[in-house]
Design a protein around this ligand. Structure first.
Ligand code: ATR
Length: 275
């Protein structure tokens, strides 16, 4: 019988996950469909119970449900629990188990450009949910330091205080980080500043970025944010948010099917959709 997979969020209309996963199901000849469902917060519990009742194979979870879904699941993987956010749910013999593939997806995508982050000095810009998943993931990779710069510096401080992994970290204001940029091998932009339609904005100025540093933005619409353009103009290497998006999806697909999919194919598919 055909299996159902899904993504839930609100809004959900622009998600590229259905196109990406449906293509993979057909490519690997798996009899399954992946559908988007717009679920309001007040209906989240009913949606999860409904998915369980129909024997869903699994589903992705996006904004605003990544944290609120946790108490509604039968089990949550240790790393996802520690981040406090689930983006992938797997139906394991009738029990719904939550995972987080956002942080690990970022890391796998990063490794295409920077094979190891051990010994590297890293700056994360932003201290929201995406920053948290990326920070906890990078903290495990034995970097020399992972610092966090945020408009509200107290949020960066809280994130550092809550990290369960042993890592050297400082919290900076955005202005402090701008002055100190030259020390970083890797800079990761995790806010939504610069995303379409507000493409003229960028969270920090990159005047002091080191040439040959790698500068990543988790945004993929536009493919090149003003932040990445600025980094590139100053001689840094750049990576957009496509890699993280594709690899979080690849890791979810692997959890559902046991197959680690063809990432080139996924990337091409997503780039085609973005035009
Ligand atoms: P997400 O879960 O997508 O990471 P979030 O939790 O709302 O989103 O976090 C948004 C991030 O963008 C935060 O780091 C936020 O800074 P504050 O903690 O100071 O709010 C940052 N951010 C949003 N708008 C900003 C702006 N105009 N200037 C600077 N930082 C901004």
């Amino acid at each position: 019988m055909k299996k159902l997979y899904a993504v839930i969020g609100n809004p959900i209309g622009h998600s590229m996950s259905p196109i990406m996963h449906n293509d993979l199901f057909s490519f690997y000849q798996i009899d399954a469909s992946y559908l988007p469902f717009q679920i309001k917060s007040e209906n989240l519990k009913d949606a999860v119970n409904g998915f369980k009742a129909i024997g869903i194979g699994g589903f992705n979870v996006t904004v605003p449900h990544k944290t609120d879904i946790i108490p509604l699941l039968d089990e949550v993987d240790e790393f996802a629990a520690c981040i406090g956010a689930v983006n992938t749910v797997v139906n394991e013999n009738g029990r719904l188990k939550g995972y987080n593939t956002d942080g690990p997806g970022f890391l796998k995508g990063l490794q295409v450009y920077m094979p190891s982050t051990a010994g590297k000095k890293i700056l994360i810009v932003g201290a929201g949910g995406a920053a948290r998943a990326i920070y906890f993931t990078l903290a495990k990779e034995k970097p020399a330091a992972v610092d966090i710069a945020n408009r509200t510096v107290e949020k960066a401080e809280s994130l550092i205080a809550e990290c369960p992994y042993s890592v050297t970290s400082s919290a900076w204001t955005l202005a402090e980080a701008e002055g100190n940029l030259a020390v970083y091998d890797l800079i990761v932009q995790t806010t939504l500043i610069g995303m379409a339609p507000k493409m003229a904005e960028q969270p920090i100025d990159l005047t002091n970025v080191r040439k040959q540093a790698l500068v990543c933005d988790i945004i993929y619409n536009p493919l090149q944010t003003k932040f990445l353009q600025d980094a590139s103009d100053r001689g840094a290497n750049i990576q957009n948010g496509i890699e993280m998006f594709v690899y979080q999806g690849a890791l979810a697909f692997e959890k559902w099917t046991g197959i680690f999919p063809d990432v080139e194919r996924m990337r091409e598919n997503v780039l085609n959709q973005l035009g």
